[in-house]
Design a protein around this ligand. Structure first.
Ligand code: ZN
Length: 296
């Protein structure tokens, strides 16, 4: 009986070693393959159109956020700005910083004009992309590529932007919302490369506007997404197209010497005057001593 037990023990021990070594070898192989894929993606650059889904990067968004996020000199930590806007957590770096943000694009009519103004001023902005707009035509895709190559930051503004899908009854449908973010990510990656990742999200209509955000916040936390609302507008969101003067007036009304100003604008169809008025706004902010940064 004792002998039997010992033999059983030995068999179990030997078995464990065999299984472990198979597992370790497999894991090692898997990781090597993973590294090769990542290296290949780096060599090819971010801008190549991806036609091969099997070459998908294996770094998860969470890993990317925790380990790989190194902000360049034009970027500012989106998490700090999320907390500043949503929880009013003060930032005491004494710096006046503005984040120009453009939603609902890309459009073939307005986005190129915005890009031109940014380039002329040697500044960068943050663009919250709607996948449905991106996939309308190949020109829109090229414009996203231009936007990205110019050093601007790319964020997620859901795939459809349709309030009834995302917020039935004014309440966030978390599963649908997250699925739309994924679908939008896929659309963006088809253009910028499978290695592209962004952790910044803007809720259509703003995080501040909807019920049931707690569950979304939890999911965001798990993944590492940061949501960015705003504290300044030009008033180009809804209704009839506004004149340059109307846009400037609204900008001036909502400008309250915010130490960190997140300015909401739109670069979708019909927002030509936003691009027209942009040079004046930039000049005003430069005069006031603001630095221009992007959110990452
Ligand atoms: Zn929007």
């Amino acid at each position: 009986m004792k002998m039997r037990k010992r033999i059983n023990g030995i068999i179990l021990f030997a078995g464990t070693i065999v299984v472990s070594s198979i597992f370790v070898t497999g894991y090692y192989r898997h990781n090597t393959a993973k590294r090769e894929i990542v290296q290949a993606a780096v060599v090819e650059g971010n801008v190549k159109q991806d036609t091969n889904n099997s070459a998908k990067s294996n770094i998860s968004l969470t890993e990317f956020i925790n380990k790989e996020l190194t902000l360049d000199k034009n970027a500012y930590d989106a998490g700090t700005i999320q907390d500043f806007l949503s929880k009013n957590i003060k930032i005491n770096d004494g710096k006046k910083i503005v984040f120009l943000t453009f939603d609902d694009g890309p459009s073939t009519t307005v986005t190129p004009k915005v890009l031109e103004v940014l380039k002329k001023n040697d500044i960068r902005a943050t663009f919250f992309i709607v996948g449905k707009e991106l996939e309308k035509n190949s020109r829109a895709k090229q414009i996203l590529l231009d936007t990205y190559k110019q050093g601007n930051s790319i964020g997620n503004h859901t795939y459809t932007h349709i309030y009834n899908n995302l917020y039935p009854g004014g309440k966030v449908d978390v599963d649908k919302f997250m699925a739309e973010l994924d679908k939008n990510n896929d659309a963006i990656r088809k253009v910028l490369g499978q290695d592209f990742k962004s952790r910044i999200v803007r809720f259509p209509g703003g995080h501040m506007s909807w019920k049931g955000v707690d569950e979304a916040d939890k999911r965001f936390n798990d993944i590492g997404y940061k949501y960015i609302d705003w504290n300044g507008i030009v008033g180009d969101a809804e209704g009839k197209p506004k004149s340059k003067e109307q846009l400037l007036n609204t900008y001036r009304q909502t400008f309250k010497n915010q130490q960190k100003l997140v300015l909401l604008m739109h670069d979708t169809y019909g927002k030509e005057n936003t691009a027209e008025v942009l040079p004046d706004i930039i000049a005003d902010l430069k005069n006031k001593g603001y630095e221009f940064k992007i959110l990452e």
